[in-house]
Design a protein around this ligand. Sequence first.
Ligand code: 5GP
Ligand code: MN
Length: 336
Amino acid sequence: MVNIAALKTLLAEPKNIVITTHHKPDGDAMGSSLGLYNYLLQKGHHVHVITPTDYPIFLHWLPNNGEVLIYTDKVAESKQLVADADLIFCLDFNALSRINELGECVAASAAKKVMIDHHLDPEDFDDYRFWNVNACSAAQLVYEFIVDFMAEPELINKDVANCLYTGIMTDSGSFRFPNTTAAVHRIVAHLIENGAENARIHQLVYDTSTESRLKFLGHCLSNRLQVFEEYNTSLITVSKEDLAMFTITTGDTEGLVNYGLAINGIRLAALIIERPDRVKLSLRSTGDFPANEICKKYFNGGGHRNAAGGASDDSFEKTIETFKTLLPTYKTLLLQ
Ligand code: 5GP
Ligand code: MN
């Protein structure tokens, strides 16, 4: 790791900059990326946001979303930009496997890499690191990067504020998770003072479902939810037929796993989805229960203690079975 202050010197002159974030970007991934993009633009840099895959439509209103390149749609152009970059900002992830094929391009690029992240166990691929596992979101860290490290609070304009508000709101479960500290609320207050349209953002992110998506939610809660009372655990399983029946697209299953945690006494909520490419698992937990440990040990994944994810190459049925057979191992922790 080189002296972090050198990054300020680098950013003093216009640079070719790429910002990238994790596979299937969520509100924090896109909010932090476009927040940083809208900040760097004001400083005269040539900036591109490249995502490894597509992302939910309810994030497409974010300021300058139209400038985002999706790697899978623009492979050659993305590779060229990464190869030619002076600086690559890696937001909301800390392992190159999280950006799929793009990871190899980033590793091969001579650009200096800046990690801005809040996940456990960072890999060692970066030159500059803004990492804090206690941060509620990568967007919080981007705010601190601009305001504290770069000392440019005046560059938190309306576009930056709207993006960062979105990242903080979505990753903190609308300001309800334990890491939504007083300091986070102060940041949010500053973002609103600088133009973040809080009521509009909540509406755009949470109240723009299609009728089909809402009916899909009803179907999952009525027909696909199982509760294992003896383990304080709930499980929602969604097959590829369920996805097809309600024409579910990227982002439509976002937040579904949280419903399992809304049942009184539930300590662990799981969602298993039979996606076209692989079986995806999402876990949410309360208190000290290590959801990320299960994802890391058994499902090639990781994440935070209370919100983690992974995937399996096994069949849908086998993955469900694997998850169920793990519960007795964790019984003591689940009943605490
Ligand atoms: P979700 O369940 O919403 O997909 O993800 C919850 C959390 O787990 C996020 O913080 C995300 O970064 C992390 N996560 C999800 N899938 C994976 C994965 O396959 N690998 C790793 N390392 N983390 C994941
Ligand atoms: Mn995040």
